[in-house]
Ligand binder design. Structure first.
Ligand SMILES: Nc1ncnc2c1ncn2[C@@H]1O[C@H](COP(=O)(O)OP(=O)(O)OP(=O)(O)O)[C@@H](O)[C@H]1O
Ligand SMILES: [Mg+2]
Length: 1044
């Protein structure tokens, strides 16, 4: 039935043919317009059609009516509002998916599938990347919505064999990331404790072929601390509840969460840091959730799902074991208890745990030791999570393709006690709201502009002021926090609070206990500051802000982690990090930067929105809490959204669609209109008696200002349908029924089909005509005659380019561009090359980088200057040509602590007689040394090395020049190396003398001591010959090479 309907749009409204009626009556495709008749019972499907659109009460009433009927989705224009039903509705079956596939947004009842399909089709037809932004507070249904969208693509998109694995992996990434990144909070039993942005990639056939996930700031503190009634990350409980006996034994775990401090027990001395703080009085209380079992969660069966998902994603058994080892270690780590020594140092009291852990012993006091332990647990867990995301990304194989991005990030949240994590989460929501405001307003305005319609701006609350308060350079809260974290002296959470008061105390959206009025002060702790977020007020307790923002880990703990046998951990803790003495960026600044990047990504795509609403705080089905919902409607800016949409026009439709639907209401347009579409619509609405203020005609669409105008038209259509039906019935009764009816029906259909055929032919002829004209005018400036053709040329060139992009930096191929695009093509080529080079540089490993750097130096010195340089290019430079055993230990001893950089066997030519002697040339960090077996014959400090001479030919002879006045030196040294390019490059680098290498033609003069000079003459010959010539010079014959 689905395909049939696609061929015959709207036919079901025009004639109640039996076969079509069957489709229409099963409720499959209640179009928005036809559903208007049922508007009183189930409200309107699009708030835009709400008569009383400025009334919040009417808005909420409409939501309520629909919620009662289990209609959880409603539109505001193209924005989908979704109310969490807290129960399984039968609206996510494969059949439902089919109903939404390829069908126009407005023709079916609102659904998250409609949004998915709309984005998909826009991506396919308009070739523009899409993104779907899902927002709403914690527990409102964002993650569920994102999963539904992913499932929709997995089921409805075309696929090939190879794609099946990608689909599976995309789907299976969810349970894994949820196990490691979600937890029960007071707001939501499956609350996302990290932000997630996922790109789903589609190939040219529209099949999903890959994906990529970006993760944002995991709430690591949860590993070591949870509020009462909350839990740690699901994976801990899943492992303990579901893990096989054998596995638990190997990991040293017991099947009882009560055994693990991080999961249940009352906390240690650090409790005070995280304990509850109310009205300024600090109460010590349990610092763990103490909540291992939750009725809505089945850890054991979730465990099975996660295990299976891990193998679908491509984890080997070993990798799974290593991963779980880390999870188990964190639990063991949490169980380490410290005792205090008299000296004040801490020692470990729980030795049973030690056998599973590297020994931790440090000169820390009790509190520092516990905090170091917790910092380690958080770092290990946090980094493992990032590793996991990377691993999934590798398995999804990122391709360059069209994408749909899905953003599911932690929702705005307010608890009794809000800390640094809530601050970050709510800041993130603030940024997304900002993006929403910019994009919805902008797109609305763009449409009016594109259609040439004048538009009056609408007032709305712009939360930019709050974003600035948080993130502005130098004076934003994050900058102030960073400053306190980085400054020397006795900075503390409290000095941070004071600095806030001094710097941004006057801001309209911030207050503190000290600055607040009497009423507010009553509900604020002394250590709190309050932000007036777009979504409401939140009091943040500053305790722990500095620590969490610094997010530091003791260096020796990092070192220990680098030495771990666990392959995952060695990837998480990189040695390079130990060498890096730069202070890492603070957590808040990193988060700010990553959010800014995210905004850029989202801005570059065509957005769609799902705005989730939570109906009650009790996680209960069927409960519609007015106050709670009104609050969300308010802060999500839904009323403003609606006003913006309505300030313009409630309803807009392409001329073709509008005419097709309502043409039966006007004799001139019925049964078909032959002229221009715009004229047809104009004729039609005049006939219907639309007043000029009720509508506007744009370039391709009609805009109708008030819903009532549309309702009236819709009612007229309803009547018309009846009268058509009656006419048919009339004929049935009058004449010998069925036969004539079928004849008339057939004739009527023939007419319609012929009309359509003619229309299609007209369109095809038009296209061909435009194309030919465009070809004739192709060399002209852009004009209406060639517009279409030039666009086509551009499009096909870009598509060709996309298929034929060079694969590597060395691949110089590039498709030839048509004349009009030569400049653009050249620009693109440069950009693409730059990008590839950049990518290449990013990927090279340190050794290779070192090699290339040396080659660079060699090239600068010798390229086009010395004959045997080209031969040296493909040969790798060695670290050294003599290893430790080949150098006499006495020599090494006499060099003492000087670090050896390079050693090579050389031939030395005596200053008198030019006898050849085998020697070793050693380069240390300070000097070059010439060695004869155990004897250190000559030492030339780099500072004393005046220059180096070498010939332009292919020989390996070179001279190290030393100052003549230096009595210790016996004159310049004449040497020969079989690896001349390498040897001299090393000398140049070690001695920093790249500019002091002279490449000579003909001969080199050198000093022999006591003011005498020697000369070396160079000539080309058939083979290498070094000998004393009759004139007393050293004569070097260098073999001729073909390369020059
Ligand atoms: N469409 C739906 N149908 C049925 N139940 C739903 C639906 N959406 C949400 N729920 C229920 O609500 C719970 C919370 O939803 P979800 O985890 O998606 O919230 P969230 O917005 O992602 O919250 P957080 O910001 O805390 O991650 C789900 O576990 C599920 O029980
Ligand atoms: Mg979530």
């Amino acid at each position: 039935p689905h395909q049939f309907i696609e061929l015959l749009p709207f036919a079901n409204h025009l004639l109640p043919l039996p076969s079509l009626q069957a489709v229409g009556s099963d409720g499959v495709r209640i179009s928005m317009e036809s559903a208007l008749t049922a508007r009183d019972r189930v409200g309107v499907q699009d708030f835009v059609l709400l008569e009383n659109h400025t009334s919040e009460a009417a808005f909420i009433e409409n939501l309520r009516k629909r919620f009662k009927e289990n209609l959880i989705y409603t539109y505001i224009g193209s924005v989908l509002v979704s109310v969490n039903p807290y129960k399984d509705l039968e609206i996510y079956t494969k059949n439902h998916m089919e109903r939404y596939r390829g069908v126009n947004f407005y023709e079916v009842s609102p659904h998250v599938y409609a949004v998915s399909d709309n984005s998909y089709r826009s991506m396919r037809t308009e070739h523009k990347d899409q993104c779907i932004l899902i927002s709403g507070e914690s527990g409102a249904g964002k993650t569920e919505a994102s999963k539904k969208i992913l499932q929709y693509y997995a089921v409805t998109c075309p696929a090939s064999d190879q794609v099946e694995t990608v689909k599976d992996r995309l789907l299976q990434s969810n349970p894994v990331l949820e196990a490691f990144g979600n937890a029960k909070t007071l707001r939501n039993d499956n609350s996302s404790r990290f932000g997630k942005y996922m790109d789903i990639q589609f190939d040219f056939k529209g099949a999903p072929v890959g994906g990529h996930i970006l993760n944002y700031l995991l709430e690591k503190s949860r590993v070591v601390h949870q509020n009462h009634g909350e839990r740690n990350f699901h994976i801990f409980y899943q492992l303990i509840e579901g893990g096989e006996e054998d596995l638990l034994r190997r990991l040293g775990l017991e099947r009882n969460p009560q055994q693990y401090q991080y999961l249940v027990k009352v906390g240690d001395t650090r409790a005070s840091l995280y304990g509850w703080v109310w009205n300024g009085t600090r109460q010590k209380s349990c610092n763990r959730g103490n909540c291992p079992k939750v009725s809505s969660i089945n850890d054991r069966s979730d465990w099975k799902v996660v295990r299976k998902a891990l193998s679908v994603i491509g984890f080997s058994e070993d990798e799974v074991e290593e991963l779980l080892n880390i999870i188990a270690s964190v639990l063991h780590l949490g169980n380490i208890q410290y005792g205090g020594e008299d000296s004040g140092n801490a020692y470990i009291t729980t030795d049973t745990q030690i056998k599973y852990l590297a020994r931790l012993k440090s000169p820390l006091n009790l509190e520092q030791a516990s905090s170091a332990r917790d910092a380690l647990s958080k770092a290990v867990y946090g980094r493992t999570f990032t590793w996991l995301v990377n691993k999934i990304n590798v398995s999804l194989t990122y391709k360059n393709a069209s994408v749909i991005g899905l953003l599911d990030i932690y929702g705005f949240e307010v608890f009794q006690h809000n800390s640094f994590e809530q601050f970050c989460i709510n800041y993130c929501n603030e940024k997304l709201q900002q993006l929403f405001i910019e994009l919805t307003l902008k797109s609305e305005q763009d449409e009016y502009e594109a259609e040439g319609i004048t538009w009056e701006p609408v007032q709305y609350f712009n939360n930019k002021i709050i974003c600035d308060l948080v993130e502005e350079k130098f004076k934003g809260i994050i900058s102030i926090l960073d400053e306190e974290c980085l400054r020397p002296g006795d900075a503390s959470d409290i000095t941070f609070l004071e600095k806030l008061e001094n710097t941004v105390g006057g801001h309209a959206h911030l207050t503190t206990h000290k600055l607040a009025d009497g009423k507010t002060r009553k509900v604020m702790g002394r250590e709190e500051f309050r932000l007036l977020h777009y979504a409401g007020e939140v009091n943040y307790n500053v305790n722990g802000f500095l620590d969490k923002n610094n997010d530091l880990l003791f260096r020796n703990l990092k070192e220990v982690m680098c030495m771990s046998d666990n392959k995952i951990l060695t990837q998480c803790f990189d040695r390079a990090e130990l060498k890096d003495s730069k202070r890492p960026e603070t957590a808040a600044t990193q988060f700010k930067t990553s959010l800014a990047k995210l905004m850029e990504i989202l801005m570059s795509k065509e957005p769609s929105y799902v705005r989730c609403i939570k109906p009650n705080d009790a996680k209960q089905a069927g409960r519609f809490d007015d106050v709670l919902i009104r609050h969300q409607v308010k802060y999500l800016g839904l009323m403003e959204n609606l006003r913006v949409r309505r300030a313009g026009f409630a309803y807009r439709r392409h001329y073709e669609t509008f005419l097709q639907r309502y043409k039966s209401l006007c004799p001139e347009t019925w049964p078909s209109w032959q002229g221009k579409l715009a004229d047809g619509v104009s004729t039609l609405v005049k006939h219907l008696g639309y007043k000029p203020e009720e509508y506007k005609l744009g370039r391709s669409k009609i805009f109708i200002r008030f819903p009532k105008t549309l309702f009236a038209t819709e009612d007229a259509l309803e009547t018309r349908k009846h009268s058509l039906g009656e006419r048919v019935t009339y004929h049935m009764v009058l004449v010998d029924g069925c036969h004539l009816l079928s004849l008339r029906t057939v004739a009527w259909w023939r007419g319609i089909l012929a009309c359509r055929r003619a229309q299609r032919k007209r369109q095809a002829a038009n296209t061909i005509r435009r194309f030919i004209k465009g070809f004739i005018y192709r060399h002209n400036e852009r004009c209406p005659e060639n517009e279409y053709f030039l666009d086509y040329v551009r499009y096909s060139f870009l598509m060709k380019l996309r298929r034929n992009l060079p694969k590597s930096v060395l691949d110089k191929s590039w498709p030839t561009a048509p004349t009009a695009l030569i400049e653009a093509s050249e620009q693109l080529r440069k950009l693409y090359m730059q990008n590839m080079v950049w990518g290449y540089c990013k990927r090279i490993n340190p050794e290779w980088k070192h090699q290339l750097e040396q080659k660079m130096v060699a090239s600068e010195i010798f390229k086009n200057k010395k004959d045997n340089y080209p031969q040296s290019v493909p040969k790798l430079f060695m670290g050294t040509r003599l290893n430790g055993e080949e150098i006499n230990p006495k020599v090494l001893q006499s060099l003492g602590s000087e670090k050896m950089k390079y050693a090579v066997p050389v031939t030395k030519y005596d200053r008198k007689g030019y006898k050849a002697r085998p020697r070793q040339l050693l380069l240390t960090s300070n000097c070059a040394v010439i060695v004869e077996e155990a004897k250190l014959k000559q030492r030339i400090d780099y500072a004393a090395l005046k220059g180096i001479s070498v010939s332009s030919l292919s020989d390996g002879v070179f001279v190290l020049h030393v100052p003549t006045e230096d009595k210790k030196q016996k004159g310049d040294v004449v040497l020969q190396s079989d690896h001349i390019i390498e040897t001299l490059t090393k000398v140049a680098i070690c001695a920093d003398k790249a500019n002091s290498i002279n490449i000579n033609q003909g001969s080199i003069t050198f000093t022999m001591g006591q003011g005498k000079e020697g000369i070396i003459d160079f000539t080309s010959g058939s083979e290498l010959l070094v000998a004393k010539a009759k004139n007393g010079h050293l004569s070097v014959t260098a073999p001729r090479l073909n390369s020059r």
